[in-house]
Design a protein around this ligand. Structure first.
Ligand code: V07
Length: 264
């Protein structure tokens, strides 16, 4: 029952066949995939390496998965890179993490341009270090004319904080007489989130065995399919991504086109 509900990775018991990977080539590719990239520290610990080595390796996985998502025809890839909770980590680790966007972009920006990928952010940029903010701004600026995959990084992001900010704006609108309280609806809230211009995620992936959403895109995940795997983020690869998409496609097939008609 649990496996049925959550599609937990069963690849150890049932080797994932090439035949099922082929499903990905068909129709019904998820438009928007969101990923909680967990397990970098655990990956490093297993190898007696410092946690930061896991983060560095995790960055390489982002490149691999971005390329793969782009090739498959995914339109939006949202990656949870830094949560509002992550500030509680040791100062040296936070400082290392804040250098990763610069490192990533220095080596990967040319390929992002070649592949017509647009970099976007959700989260509160203001409280990030200046050097991190400039790297992020530079990447967004350089790729703003690109029309392919949207690579959306969640940086200093928290789902509840995002909803609070939307509500603050809506209350200001109400106070200014621009919105009647009785007319407040779900669309108003969606349109005031940082993802207002994006479709909601079709598929959420979380790596490394934790089965929770940890304050990630709380509003936007209302109808999203969830897929959890025990694989640590640095070990996540193209086959894992295709397996997740294949599970998503099979679930959707089972709905028989009834999705959005009150069955979910
Ligand atoms: C971070 C590496 C991947 C695993 C998860 C946590 C550690 C890439 C970025 C990044 C962010 C914005 C951007 C370009 C790259 C990143 C942080 C952590 C904070 F425009 N990886 N990565 N940012 N990790």
């Amino acid at each position: 029952m649990f496996k049925k509900l959550f599609g937990k990775n069963t690849s150890k018991e049932q080797p994932f066949s090439d035949e099922s990977v082929d499903l990905v080539k068909g129709e019904d590719i998820p438009t928007h995939i969101a990923i909680i990239m967990d397990g970098n520290g655990r990956w490093a610990k297993k190898r007696s390496m410092p946690r930061v080595a896991g983060h560095h390796e995790g960055m390489k996985t982002i490149r691999k998965i971005t390329r793969c998502a782009c090739d498959i025809g995914v339109k939006v890839l949202t990656l949870y890179a830094f949560s509002t909770e992550n500030w509680k980590r040791p100062k040296s680790e936070v400082e290392f993490l804040m250098r990763l966007p610069e490192q990533f972009l220095t080596s990967f920006l040319p390929e992002l341009m070649e592949r017509n990928i647009k970099v976007e952010m959700i989260g509160v940029m203001d409280s990030l270090p200046d050097h991190t903010q400039s790297a992020l701004k530079k990447a967004m600026e350089a790729t703003k004319g690109n029309t392919g995959l949207i690579l959306n990084f969640a940086m200093n992001y928290g789902g509840r904080a995002e909803i609070v900010m939307a509500m603050q704006q809506l209350m200001k609108d109400a106070e200014a007489g621009k919105l009647a309280i009785d007319e407040l609806n779900e669309q108003h809230i969606s349109q005031h989130l940082m993802t207002a211009h994006l479709p909601e995620p079709d598929l959420l992936i979380r790596t490394s065995g934790e089965v929770r959403i940890s304050n990630f895109m709380l509003w936007q995940l209302a109808y999203t399919e969830f897929w959890f795997t025990d694989t640590h983020w640095p070990d996540f690869d193209e086959t894992c991504l295709k397996e997740a998409i294949s599970v998503y496609q099979n679930r959707n097939r089972r709905y028989g086109g009834l999705k959005g008609e009150g069955t979910n």
